[in-house]
Design a protein around this ligand. Sequence first.
Ligand SMILES: Cc1cc2nc3c(=O)[nH]c(=O)nc-3n(C[C@H](O)[C@H](O)[C@H](O)COP(=O)(O)OP(=O)(O)OC[C@H]3O[C@@H](n4cnc5c(N)ncnc54)[C@H](O)[C@@H]3O)c2cc1C
Length: 407
Amino acid sequence: MDFNDSTEEAAYREKARAWLAENAAAHRAKWGELKPNTPEHMAAAKEWQATKASAGYACITWPAAIGGGGGTPIQSVIFGQEETKAGLGYGYFTIGLGMCVPTVMAFADGETKKRFVSPAVRGDEIWCQLFSEPAGGSDVAALRTRAVKDGDEWVINGQKVWTTGAHYCDYGILLTRTDPDVPKHKGLTMFWIDMKDPAVECRPIHQMSGGREFNEVYFTDLRVKDSQRLGEVGDGWKVALVTLMNERLAVGGSAGPNYREIMKLARELAGPTGPSLKDQAFREKLADWYVQSEGLKFTRFRTMTALSRGQTPGPESSIGKIISANQLQELANTAVEMEDQYGILSDPEVAPAEAAFQQSLMWAPGLRIAGGTDEILKNIIAERVLGLPGDVRVDKDVAFKDMPTGR
Ligand SMILES: Cc1cc2nc3c(=O)[nH]c(=O)nc-3n(C[C@H](O)[C@H](O)[C@H](O)COP(=O)(O)OP(=O)(O)OC[C@H]3O[C@@H](n4cnc5c(N)ncnc54)[C@H](O)[C@@H]3O)c2cc1C
């Protein structure tokens, strides 16, 4: 493990910092403080993405010919760190650029790539991932959305759920079942679709946080051309694995308060016996969070060292999300309890710490599910990192149509 930037990495960091200092300030001066999930917030996000793309800081590892920066994975990590420090970074493009467009790049024909990749890099068009269904989440290969061939087109009927950003996205990658007569992983096919087609209906899901980030998406006789297929007919699982491998990297750590912020809160909040920081039970928890955070920091250094050496990080990156999502939930829970009657306030104008802990309390359970639940990630670590025996998979060789469904 090497904790220091190499000479080239340090030079790249300096260059990125200087660019960010100038451009982030100009961006803030124009847009000021904006409320997330508003049209203005989206407009600011798209403009920032286009500004980065013009300077080669959007999709840093992608070739310059398709709008990327022509850089290395470690440069991408360095820019991400500096962008976070500069207080900028919009989430609208993470799924599209982190997972969907790389899948399009891997499996679409040349014309499709030419049409879609650059507009996505510049933030002009946004993509969503249409995989999960009521009957297929962790076990996404159990999905039921049907695509049936009709001449040179496919007719699609079914339902997806939890589709982040479907309501504002322009395009999506859609995993469908094209052959129910073979085992579940073998009868799938992937397509790209136009989210604005009238046969696609988005119904937003209202979250307890008040947000509406994801949707149910219904397809009623949606017709797509065979040229919109990504990969071969029946090879959808192979295509989906490319998306899911990218997902493990895209859904990394947790954005939210950490042990330093709860320590600050504990100094400021006084219970009947003095500041909460003096409380022995709290101090024990704080020590645990500190130890976990140091462990995560060194695990991240390992990932960075691998990237710096041109290697691909392995399945051990699954550890990061399990630890950070669980820590965020526990930390937020403790803070809200500590805030006592103020804990029920979720308005940033009046709640302690601008309601950061209340927001995290509502977001953390989702983080423990998105991009692989705790249990699924533990299975991956058990099987692929520790080499323990595999999960029981009784339906591996059964035709999808013969799988017991309970009805
Ligand atoms: C914030 C957020 C954003 C999301 N965005 C998208 C998106 O954009 N596109 C998309 O397609 N999906 C999205 N999802 C859906 C997400 O991929 C699924 O919620 C996830 O895969 C889990 O599936 P499920 O909800 O059906 O739960 P299930 O798979 O039904 O799991 C239920 C419980 O059973 C456990 N379990 C399941 N299988 C096993 C096993 N083999 N061993 C042990 N325990 C098991 C799980 O860990 C969980 O606790 C999003 C979810 C969240 C929370």
